[in-house]
Design a protein around this ligand. Sequence first.
Ligand SMILES: [Zn+2]
Length: 366
Amino acid sequence: MIETIGCLHVHSKISGGTHSIQELAMTARQSGVDFIVLAENWRVEEILHLCGYREHVLVIPGAENEAEGVHFLSVGQNKFACRKDWSVCRCLEETQMAGGKSFLAHPERFNFARARLRMLELARSHPNILGIELWSMMERWMYSWNWLKAFLHMRVDLAGPSPRLLKSWDMHLISGRRLAVIGSVDRYNLLLFNLPLDMFKVKNPLKKIRTHVFVSEITGDAGMDSNAIIRSLCLGNAFIANDEICDSKNTRFLLKKKNAVLSACGEIMNYVSPEEDLSLMMMIPKRAEIRLVKNGEIIDESEDLSKEWYIHEPGVYRAEVRLNSVPWIFTNPFYLIQKSRQEMNWLGEESVLAQTGQMAMSHEES
Ligand SMILES: [Zn+2]
């Protein structure tokens, strides 16, 4: 199991960001980031030749799509398959047919109840929504912005994922929905009285919210590695962290059976009985407050470097970590279920796999 660290939903100059793709790759390398997923509004075809390994960083093409006021990030498609005058469902379907995997983008940015409810409804029921951006840097940065604090400290403390969004994610999980979460950057130029609003500043947006993804191998082939990362993102073999607080590398949330590691988070496992000796284990690189959340409820909380819990009941289990009370790490869950998969509302690995096409990265083909 290899941990690869990425920044998702990254806008380059093409779509309102401040840097070219090459500059982003360079910043990523200097910041210890292994891959970035772009979010170029409407222009996937035009950037494919700029993707692949750049500066030893894997640049994965992606698009931020918008329809009916809903924004979603799609990854892995070869062409842009969405139009503003289409319904969001049609955009999701066409994107999926083009090989794209879709994640709802910053569901909490919308203050309009209608748009938010539409997003939550899609997250609950649309088969082509594989996950949500649980922790969006730009969304939480705008939420945390405060003139007085900004002037006094010349910085803004980034808020953790919205409690309201965490709660609705938990509700979806309890209802039997497999829904992965990702972290996102989404940094673009905001102008206020013609001044860029990030003057205090999100200095290096690639150092904050990152998604740490587990894959079985990294081959050095851009197409193969992109597909492996996208697959793990869809399944939820990943955790999200604010690495500016403390580097979360080497964090592990594992399922064990009689002391042998079965898998990393995101997996669906059949729960048979307490005699199976199943346990969950959380390990973090720095002593902090570890919480175990079962079916949306915190069932254990303590300060530690590692923690193991024996599991006596089925449920959806995830972990959260706070460092000095500041939100730091959020894992995807383990789904320990008793019903057969067919009885559940899950999106199985099969459908995720079936949708994973081979991405063409032009500089490799030539
Ligand atoms: Zn957006």
